[in-house]
Write a protein that binds this ligand. Structure first.
Ligand SMILES: Cc1cc2nc3c(=O)[nH]c(=O)nc-3n(C[C@H](O)[C@H](O)[C@H](O)COP(=O)(O)O)c2cc1C
Length: 367
């Protein structure tokens, strides 16, 4: 059913980096390689996104942690650094989602990605303007829903992936979604090398999307001491906790995470209010705006108000680590792959390495 069949094209080698693998992802977005650098709050800024785009991957700018003005400036900065296509990650439930969509359209961004399923109206508005819409989902029924609403492709994240995540592993979720929808499916959660790319293509995916692997590059702005924490982590050091914002969240185990796991509900709420207040200041949102976002987030879910309030924690806790380098005060969202990643290549070296590894793997498969 999937449109994800890959075709090795030996006749059109790219500049010095081997034969190309053309898939519905490369066709749809105009990128050279079927690899996506996902939108990660505070991590996927202009420098990482433009380096990923220059390497031939689809770089996606994270915008939930930016004000609309910052988003516009960041899009322009990426554009000034590269002429390759790139995307913007949006929160579909943000109160100002329509304004952000307008910026994406005005600025001629190629791809809109979404952390949560966007509405039918948002998808239609973007598609009418020629923007490729690629929501991220963690369950088959969400993939079916966004496909029915006209999404062009979908990123499917298995439970081993970093940040907010589900409980179904990529190896089970991916074939399930590939069989359920007719649009290209991009596999996320646990990918870091060429073997993984070939495996995803074999499942019928149109490419892979990676967060943690791109966080751990020399083009990433995450402070070196924080990157070292990821490099030192074993697979068992990457845990899922609901204590940060009430939702299953995959991250490195740290002293802070241990303390959160021990702390009671009241302490968590006090902390949540404090962090929500500083995020409000930083993001330029009014309290009314935050309540509106909270209501949108709560809509159709089983979240309690205290969970919604806790969710306001996440951006500040992520910023503390990813920007300020304070791992004692912040969280380090991470996929399980942190346990097998041991170096910090540039985006260009990483993408070349993955593509060369994929070719070797393909050539080595039994005939
Ligand atoms: C530090 C970090 C921050 C993230 N922030 C976001 C985000 O703001 N929006 C989003 O849609 N996904 C976010 N994610 C999830 C990633 O976009 C991606 O789906 C995930 O990392 C894929 O799994 P992997 O880490 O195994 O590659 C984040 C992941 C990490 C590691």
């Amino acid at each position: 059913m999937s449109a994800g069949v890959a075709r090795a094209d030996d006749r059109t080698p790219s500049a010095g980096d081997g034969p190309l693998l053309r898939t519905p992802l490369t066709e749809l977005t105009g990128v050279r390689h079927p690899i996506v650098q996902t939108g990660m709050g505070w991590v996927a800024g202009p420098r990482l996104v433009s380096a990923a785009a220059d390497a031939g991957a689809l770089g996606i700018l994270a915008s939930a942690t930016m004000t609309p003005d910052q988003l516009r400036a960041a899009v322009r900065e990426v554009r000034s650094r590269t002429d390759r296509p790139f995307g913007v990650n949006l929160r579909a439930d943000a109160g100002d989602a329509a304004e952000r969509v307008r910026i994406v359209v005005d600025e001629g961004v190629r791809v809109a990605s979404f952390a949560l399923a966007p509405s039918r109206e948002l998808i239609a508005r973007l598609k009418d303007a020629g923007v490729v819409v690629i929501p991220s989902v963690g369950a088959r029924r969400h993939a079916e829903k966004v496909a029915a609403w006209g999404a062009d492709a979908v990123i499917v994240q298995g439970g081993e992936g970093g940040g907010h995540t589900g409980s179904v592993a990529t190896t089970v979720l991916l074939p399930q979604v590939v069989d359920a929808v007719d649009i290209p499916v991009i596999a996320a959660g646990g990918f870091f090398d060429g073997r993984g790319l070939v495996a995803a293509l074999a499942y019928g995916a149109a490419g892979i999307a990676m967060g943690t692997r791109f966080l751990l590059t020399s083009d990433s702005t995450v402070p070196p001491a924080v990157q070292d924490r990821y490099l030192a982590a074993a697979v068992a050091d990457v845990v899922v906790t609901t204590k940060v914002d009430g939702l299953p969240h995959r991250m490195l185990r740290s002293e802070l995470v241990r303390a959160l796991e021990r702390s009671g509900r009241a302490a968590a709420l006090v902390r949540a209010v404090r962090h929500a207040a500083s995020f409000r200041k930083l993001s330029g949102l009014s309290w009314a705006g935050m309540v509106r976002d909270g209501l949108a987030m709560k809509h159709g879910t089983d979240l309690t108000w205290s969970q919604v309030l806790l969710a306001a924690n996440t951006p500040m806790l992520l910023k503390a680590s990813m920007v300020d380098g304070r791992t004692d005060l912040g969280v380090m969202a991470s996929g399980q792959v942190a346990g097998v990643i041991e170096d910090l290549p540039s985006c260009a070296d990483l993408v070349d390495r993955i593509m060369a590894g994929a070719q070797r793997t393909l050539a080595g498969l039994p005939h």
